[in-house]
Design a protein around this ligand. Structure first.
Ligand code: PEP
Ligand code: MG
Length: 542
């Protein structure tokens, strides 16, 4: 048996079989003695395999996500048939006497540069496709397993890291736990695992080196330990732990309908964070009274083009309808940083977390922002919607975002399309500057929601996903707490409410402090809601 230790990222226990998601590293090519014919043969063989793979992916995707979303695979097939692209690769192998991989890499770079320089947005977006296809061809030359397909029940996914687009593609119904080499408590894998109520360990450094597919694994998401090839008696021990854990969870369910208030009767709202409409069910099952954060970026992932206004409208309407007039805070697109879109060419940045992302991107690419705002406004008729802007660092950004929202309202009015004209508009306070000027911003918004995941990383200059410095990532650091208190006080001074949708809101160790600051809304992963309710109830009862 091997034991792997990491950061406990999501509670619970899992006993299942490993499925590894490997990173692909392409080593530098040696072009000193190349046999051109054999390289051409490798290329042709790989093209045939790639085509067959894409064809079957296309057929599978048509059934699972519909023809429109499957079209990306069809467009990849056309690249494999493109005489200019493939012909150029062949010519370069022959004329430059280099390996098939070197030739694919250099020809792809040339094509990508051409596509990226085109005027037409659609053509620019094709650069990402050609990169994808090239990687597929290269992987097949190297005989590297391509698709990450979860076909068995009780799968524990072990990966170096999981990006939002990785997880968007997974069949989550078969997954029972996650283990990753990198990441911290607020990295994507951790947040997603808590949303799905699945145990997870992140930041193990090297779990992928110790496991192979189909190994038996126990994931202890409470201690942050995974056991590979465990003996029978340990499995038995964990079966009992699992049973007790489930019973404890059931007991907490008795608090589901508990409603909490401060001594002066001001309501304390317990809310859930979601990434897609289906996540609403778990929030309600766990006694959530509102959605405090809908991370809409997931609607934009795992597809080959921007979601249309109508597609977004349907998703927002679905959430609002399921929530039956309970408050729903929907955050506008927070892309960039660790969340990339394959079809949106983004600049390569030295510091993506400090870069062109979220509201910065939306205020620049207003066609993306307006499509989303129009969809949100139209959906506002179906429930109690509030709109929230992420990554605000100045008052100017609030004013610009609000004026674009007004533009959308005017457009809809002119088109005789109805919406609720009294939607609340707020911002995420997740950059220290906005906490420091919260008093100036408060009169211009209806609410604040404190994003402690980013507020902590930006205040302490500690990357939230870097396991090597995770010991420095402390959302209870006095500096972070000071900013939190300033934000809540500023909101209250202007008669506005203040919530928190960062992970700290559901941290039992922080709740007493947050209650003492009189936070109005606590929004967290569904799996944390009942424990938080219990904790707040106990504090208020003292
Ligand atoms: C935050 O930063 O606290 C937050 C809730 O947003 P995200 O985790 O999506 O960055
Ligand atoms: Mg954030």
């Amino acid at each position: 048996m091997f034991t792997v230790k990491g950061i406990p990222a999501s509670d619970g226990y899992a006993i299942g079989k490993v499925l590894i998601k490997l990173e692909v590293k392409i080593s530098k090519q040696d072009n000193s003695e190349v046999n051109t014919e054999s390289e051409l043969e490798k290329l042709n063989k790989s093209l045939a395999i790639s085509k067959a793979q894409l064809q079957s992916l296309y057929e599978k995707a048509c059934i699972e996500v519909g023809e429109k979303n499957a079209a990306i695979f069809e467009s990849h097939i056309t690249f494999l048939d493109d005489p200019e692209f493939i012909g150029e690769i062949e010519r370069s192998i022959r004329e430059n006497n280099i390996t098939a991989i070197s030739s694919i890499e250099s020809v792809t770079n040339g094509f990508v540069a051409i596509f990226e320089s085109m005027e037409d947005e659609y053509m620019r977006e094709r650069a990402a496709d050609i990169k994808d296809v090239s990687i597929r061809i290269i992987k097949n030359i190297l005989d590297i397993k391509q698709e990450f397909i979860i076909s068995k029940e009780n799968t524990v996914v072990v990966a170096h890291d999981l990006s939002p687009s990785d997880t968007a593609q997974m069949d989550k119904s078969k997954i029972i736990g996650f283990v990753t080499d990198i990441g911290g408590k607020t990295s994507h894998t951790a947040i997603m695992a808590r949303t799905l109520e699945l145990p997870a360990i992140v930041g193990t450094t090297n779990a992928t080196e110790f496991v192979k597919d189909d190994d038996t694994i126990i994931v202890d998401g409470i201690k942050g330990e995974a056991f590979i090839d465990p003996p029978e008696d340990l499995i038995d021990e964990y079966i009992i732990k699992q049973k007790l854990y489930k019973e404890e969870k059931e007991k907490l369910k008795s608090l589901k309908n508990l409603s909490l208030s401060y001594k002066d009767n001001r309501k304390i709202l317990l809310a859930g964070n979601i990434g897609e409409p289906n996540d609403v069910d778990k929030v309600l099952e766990n006694g959530g009274e509102a959605i405090g954060l809908f991370r809409t970026e997931f609607l934009y992932m795992n597809r080959d083009s921007m979601p249309t206004e109508d597609e977004q409208f349907e998703a927002y309407k679905a959430v609002l309808t399921k929530m039956e007039n309970r408050p729903v805070v929907i955050r506008t697109l927070d892309i960039g940083g660790d969340k990339q879109l394959p079809y949106l060419e983004m600049p390569q940045e030295m510091n993506p977390f400090l870069g062109y992302r979220a509201i910065r991107l939306c205020l620049d690419k207003t066609y993306i922002f307006k499509t989303q705002l129009r969809a949100l406004l139209r959906a506002s008729l179906y429930g109690n919607l509030a709109i929230m802007f992420p990554m605000i660092s100045s008052l100017d950004q609030v004013e610009k975002a609000k004026s674009i929202l007004d533009e959308c309202k005017n457009e809809l009015q002119n088109e005789n399309k109805e919406f609720n004209s009294k939607i609340e508009v707020g911002i995420m306070v997740e950059i220290p500057s906005s906490a420091l000027i919260a008093e100036e911003i408060a009169p211009h918004v209806d609410f604040f929601s404190i994003g402690t995941n980013d507020l902590t990383q930006y205040t302490l200059a500690v990357d939230r996903g870097n396991e090597n410095i995770s010991y420095l990532y402390d959302s209870m650091h006095p500096a972070v707490l000071k900013l939190i208190k300033m934000t809540i006080d500023a909101a209250h001074k202007y008669g506005k409410w203040c919530g928190m949708c960062g992970e700290l809101a559901g941290d039992p160790a922080a709740i007493e402090t947050l209650v003492s600051y009189e936070l109005d809304e606590f929004s967290m992963s569904a799996s944390s809601i009942l424990k938080a309710k219990k904790k707040i109830f106990e504090i208020l009862d003292k």
